[in-house]
Design a protein. Structure first.
Length: 291
């Protein structure tokens, strides 16, 4: 026996027990999140608005569109429709967890909670660009990412947002995400992608409403004033009529808006003396009669 081995300390009992204990198998869990965004504004939301009122309308639209969003770890009872066995479930293999994550996304796509899926035939009800096509509604989950065999699955659905109940058809998209992680993982989810060019353009458009008062200095207004002003021209829109479908009411509102636009165009035509509008023609008449 060498001198070095004679003085080598004996292993502690707890260290030996830990080395002999079998390693616990690695298991996997799911994380849920939902995000919504505006992808196309209905111009009618900003008709006859001051810049400050348009900004208030925009902020309220964002708030209403995102009210059922949730981040990982937050309460998802208003965001996801999940079977009882999905809560706090653990999975022995990555493949099993990935398959369940994909299935749960597709459950949301078939029957989303707190989301009425937009239909293409409804686009004509709003002041959207001619020929506008809604974003496609997913029917199957998409594999958004894969990290060490753990998948992230998403599915998106379009919906309309009308924050003030004024027959406005702003287009939004909500996205359901289910991410597979190792049990107890504390890493944050991947960073959200930057807004697309179309979203940036839409936001810029919202801040520059088409109004005669847009170029004047904005005045402070209350939230209630912004709600009252964010309506289509020609008075308040018909919101509902007993015994009449929502589609029929939308058609009545659309016909009323078209009539108001024709009247406005007729009122703004110039007369033979260069005066514009009915008031202008009246002034020209009296000037001709008196001279």
């Amino acid at each position: 026996m060498s001198i070095a081995s004679f003085f080598k300390p004996r292993p502690k009992p707890e260290d030996a027990a830990a080395a002999a204990a079998p390693t616990a198998p690695q298991r996997y869990e799911l994380r849920f999140s939902r995000t919504s965004k505006v992808v196309q504004w209905d111009d009618a939301l900003f008709n006859d608005c001051r810049p400050s009122e348009a900004e208030d309308s925009q902020e309220e639209t964002f708030r209403v569109a995102k009210r059922y969003d949730n981040k990982e770890g937050e309460d998802d009872s208003m965001s996801f429709l999940l079977p009882e066995e999905a809560y706090d479930a653990l999975y022995d293999t990555k493949s099993e967890a990935n398959e369940v994550a994909k299935q749960l996304v597709e459950v949301q796509l078939r029957g989303p909670l707190n989301c009425e899926v937009a239909q293409q035939e409804q686009v004509c009800n709003g002041d959207l660009p001619p020929g506008y096509q809604l974003p496609a509604a997913d029917t199957v989950a998409k594999e958004a990412a894969m990290a060490n065999g753990c998948g992230t699955y998403t599915g998106s659905l379009p919906f309309f947002c009308d924050p003030f109940g004024g027959d406005v058809w702003t287009v939004c998209v909500t996205t359901f995400t289910v991410r597979v992680v190792v049990e107890g993982d504390t890493s944050p989810p991947p960073s959200a992608a930057p807004p697309s060019a179309s979203t940036k353009k839409a936001v810029g458009k919202a801040k520059q409403p088409k109004s005669a008062a847009a170029g004047s200095r904005s005045k402070g207004v209350s939230k209630s004033t912004a709600v009252a002003k964010a309506r289509r021209p020609g008075g308040a829109a018909i919101v509902s009529v007993p015994g009449v479908s929502k589609k029929a009411v939308a058609a009545l509102n659309k016909a009323a808006r078209a009539s108001a636009k024709r009247l406005a165009a007729a009122d703004s035509s110039e007369d033979e003396m260069g005066y514009s509008g009915l008031a202008g023609r009246s002034a020209a008449f009296w000037e001709k009669e008196l001279l």
